[in-house]
Ligand binder design. Structure first.
Ligand code: SAM
Length: 212
C-alpha cells in the first residue's frame, strides 16, 4: 500500500535504507521549500509557536535534529533564538540550511544510529518532520534523550493519523514515559499538515521533559 498519493511525498516516505533516504532528500533539496510551501505546510508555523511557548529566549544550545533546509527554524531565528546546531542525513538539505545563515554549525548525521554528540549537552532538542516511516525510526528518540540535558526539553513531531506504520512511534513515545526516560509536558491537537499536498497526513507536536 502506498504511503501517500502525492508522488513527491511517496518517494521520501517509501525509502527503506539510509542510502535511499539520503538520495531522496539530496534530489529534493533544491525545490523542497518551494514544494512544501505549495503543499500548504503547517509544521513550521505550529512548531515555532510550540517552541516559543515552552523555551525562554536565550536558551541554548539547541540541537535541530533532521534540520532539513531549516525552514521550521527560520521563524525562531527571526524571533531572536540562537545557538542552533543542525544535523541531517542529506548533505544537499544541509547546504540549503547553511544558506539561511541561522546555524552555529551543521553536520551530516543519521538518526537511528549512534550520534557523534556528547551526553547531556543540549538544553533543547528540536526534531520536526523526521520521526516517521521512511525517515528516522522510533529508537532515534533514545539518542535524542541521551544528548539532551536532564530537565531539558525535546520538541518533536510525528504523524497523528493512526495506522500500523504510525502506531510504532506512539507506542515508543509511551514506553519512554513508562520507563521514566521522559515525561510529557504538552501536545498539540492533531492537524492536517500539508492540506494541498496530502490531506490524509496529520501531525501533532509533542513536548517532553527529559528525566534521565
Ligand atoms: C520533512 S523534512 C523536515 C526538515 C525540517 N526538520 C523541517 O521541519 O523543515 C525531513 C528531513 O529529515 C531528514 N532525514 C530523514 N531521515 C533521516 C535520518 N534517519 N537521519 C537524519 N535525517 C533524516 C531528511 O534529509 C530531511 O531533511
Amino acid at each position: 500500500m502506498p504511503h501517500s498519493r502525492n508522488e513527491i511525498l511517496e518517494k521520501v516516505y517509501s525509502a527503506q535504507t539510509d542510502h535511499e533516504r539520503r538520495d531522496a532528500y539530496d534530489k529534493w533539496a533544491d525545490s523542497y521549500d518551494r514544494d512544501v510551501t505549495g503543499f500548504g505546510i503547517q509544521l513550521p508555523y505550529v512548531s515555532a509557536a510550540v517552541f516559543a511557548r515552552h523555551v525562554p529566549l536565550g536558551t541554548e544550545p539547541v540541537l535541530d535534529a533532521a534540520c532539513g533546509t531549516g525552514m521550521h527554524t527560520l521563524p525562531l531565528a527571526l524571533m531572536g533564538y540562537t545557538g542552533f546546531h543542525g544535523i541531517d542525513i542529506s548533505a544537499a538539505m544541509l547546504a540549503q540550511a547553511e544558506a539561511k545563515q541561522i546555524y552555529d554549525d551543521l553536520s551530516p548525521m543519521a538518526l537511528g544510529r549512534p550520534l557523534n554528540l556528547p551526553d547531556n549537552h543540549f538544553e533543547v532538542t528540536y526534531c520536526i518532520g523526521a520521526l516517521a516511516h521512511g525517515h528516522a525510526p522510533p529508537e532515534s528518540l533514545d539518542e535524542l534523550i541521551r544528548v539532551t540535558k536532564p530537565d531539558g526539553l525535546i520538541i518533536w513531531s510525528t504523524h497523528a493519523h493512526r495506522n500500523e506504520r504510525t502506531k510504532v512511534f506512539h507506542d515508543y513515545r509511551q514506553s519512554l514515559s513508562k520507563a521514566g526516560s521522559w515525561e510529557p509536558v504538552f501536545e498539540t491537537e492533531s492537524f492536517i499538515s500539508m492540506p494541498d499536498g496530502d490531506p490524509g497526513i496529520q501531525h501533532a507536536i509533542y513536548v517532553h521533559r527529559v528525566i534521565s
